[in-house]
Design a binder for this molecule. Structure first.
Ligand SMILES: *Cc1c(COP(=O)(O)O)cnc(C)c1O
Length: 372
């Protein structure tokens, strides 16, 4: 049996007619950058997330960059984030010349540990970026409370978390600005790159809209230097179709995750596998189903031999990346992130995954531990 990590062809099969019609409509209009389709999609995302404003842009990375630009992050400013995340979270901070300050994660949720946050705040802290990793929201109540004492804006890296919820609100409206990615492997994936910024603050929304078009308003008049980062109409048309299925897809991912958790119970009892947790009141959207395992690298190779796709998110935490070495971090500084980087493995959890496939994945892992 072959079980890929993700099967976008299987997804396309289920919505081919609608996607093809949406693409054709954009081609008939020959209106490609921003325009009515993008505006319509922005309104739909704003409503879906529960935000006052949604501003489309070219990627999740740009969403983070635009958010930091909108709150006027300058060289020398400090921005606190998690070291256990995709590179873009830290990259966007560094691109503006700001200093990344790392806050280690909690071992059970892989999200920023709020109890380590307060003592990292200095007079130069100008933003905090919690990441809702793998589709589970960070503890925004605690993070917001600490940020509010010093009036520090909180930018959610919700790239993996569209539709994710918590007792303290939905991803994208639980902080000052929310950043989403429509990279094809996210729960809501485009046919290319795409991103979105959400906020309830009208001033910030206006700034974001100006910053994404080179800082111009009106056209050809520039009071600030922005960037070129627009969502295009083809992506918006495709994403509009997919948004209608998003909740059903995320529900299927959640069911698959719970099935895995059940199937793994003997291995978790034997301490070979640690399955992901869903804290009380949180709605996890399982962009990734990530387990912690013994002999991770050997297991990954073994699964590959048996036709099963898996991935390491992420093998090198940001504080140990070469390009950030001037920050002076060393191994041991962020112990939980380093442990996660060494022991975690993402398994296939996409909505079209069948029961037989899941049983095969778990049985193969069971055999691996029996043989080793
Ligand atoms: C995907 C992702 C991004 C970047 O999104 P792109 O659309 O690929 O630029 C940022 N942060 C996290 C946590 C991500 O998973």
């Amino acid at each position: 049996m072959n079980v890929p990590l993700l099967d976008l062809k299987a997804q396309y099969e289920t919505i081919r007619n609608e996607i093809d019609a949406a693409v054709k409509e954009v081609f008939e209009s020959q209106y490609f950058i921003l325009g009515p389709k993008v505006k319509e999609f922005e309104e739909q995302v704003a409503e879906y997330v529960g935000a006052g404003y949604a501003i489309g842009c070219a990627s999740g990375t740009d969403a983070l960059l635009l958010a930091l630009m909108a709150i006027d992050i300058q060289p020398g400013d400090e921005v606190i984030t998690s070291p256990y995340t995709f590179f873009a979270t830290g990259g966007s901070i560094a691109r503006l010349g700001a200093k990344i300050v790392f806050c280690d994660i909690k071992p059970d949720t892989y999200n920023m540990n709020p109890s380590l946050l307060e003592h990292l705040i200095t007079d130069r802290t100008k933003a905090i970026i919690p990441v809702h990793l793998f589709g589970l929201m960070a503890e925004m109540d605690k993070i917001n409370a600490i940020a509010a004492k010093k009036n520090i804006p909180v930018i959610e890296d919700a790239a993996q978390a569209i539709g994710s919820s918590s007792p303290f609100g939905k991803a994208g409206v639980a902080g000052t600005i929310g950043c989403f990615s429509f990279f094809p492997s996210k729960n809501l994936g485009a046919a290319g790159d795409g991103g979105m910024v959400t906020t309830n603050n009208e001033n910030l929304a206006e700034k974001l809209r100006i910053l994404r078009v080179h800082g111009s308003k009106p056209k050809y008049y520039h009071h600030v230097v922005g960037i070129n980062s627009r969502l295009d109409a083809l992506q918006a048309a495709i994403l509009q179709v997919k948004l209608r299925y998003l909740d059903a897809w995320s529900e299927e991912r959640r069911e698959n995750a719970l099935t895995y958790n059940r199937l793994f119970s003997d291995l978790t009892d034997a301490d070979m596998v640690t399955t992901p947790v869903i804290p009380e009141g949180y709605g996890h959207i399982f962009n990734q189903y990530v387990i912690r395992v013994k002999n991770r690298d050997d297991l990954k190779d073994y699964l590959k031999d048996k036709g099963i796709g898996s991935e390491i998110y992420y093998p090198v935490p940001l504080h140990l990346q070469d390009c950030f070495k001037e920050l002076g971090c060393k191994k041991g500084d962020m112990p939980e992130s380093e442990k996660a980087a060494d022991t975690t493995l993402a398994l296939p959890v996409y909505p079209e995954l069948t029961d037989e496939m899941q049983k095969y994945v778990v049985e193969t892992i069971r055999t691996f531990y029996r043989e080793t």
